[in-house]
Design a protein around this ligand. Structure first.
Ligand SMILES: [Zn+2]
Length: 113
């Protein structure tokens, strides 16, 4: 890929990272407001456990995506961005536009799933 395209992808990766982080923080915030009272009763405890579990799940997913985004940003820095980590072929720009943190081309991704 042309190196001068990197800047655009860098921008969209940074934007995406910020959005995922913001969404997660907002979810944590609204849930702690909702379950912030310290009057424990059985129902409340159950919903707290539920909400903690959902938060953990969202957290896992956000962290996973943020990790992929950070790795993509590293690849931009080292100049390897846009190459499939498996076969070394260029990942099509169309795919990167949809999924700027993609590590693999479609063929390798499908083979792995
Ligand atoms: Zn590949």
């Amino acid at each position: 890929m042309e190196k001068n395209n990197f800047e655009d992808f860098k921008k969209s990766l940074m934007g995406l990272r910020k959005r995922i982080k913001g969404d997660y923080e907002r979810t944590v915030e609204s849930s702690s407001e909702e379950f912030g009272g310290d009057v424990p009763d059985a129902n409340d405890e159950a919903s707290r456990t539920m909400s903690r579990r959902i938060l953990l799940e969202i957290g896992d997913k956000s962290h996973e995506t943020i990790k992929l985004i950070d790795e993509a940003l590293d690849r931009i820095e080292t100049g390897n961005y846009g190459e499939c980590e498996e076969c070394g072929e260029d990942i099509p720009v169309k795919r990167l536009e949809l999924l700027p943190y993609a590590k693999y081309c479609v063929e390798c991704q499908e083979r792995m799933e």
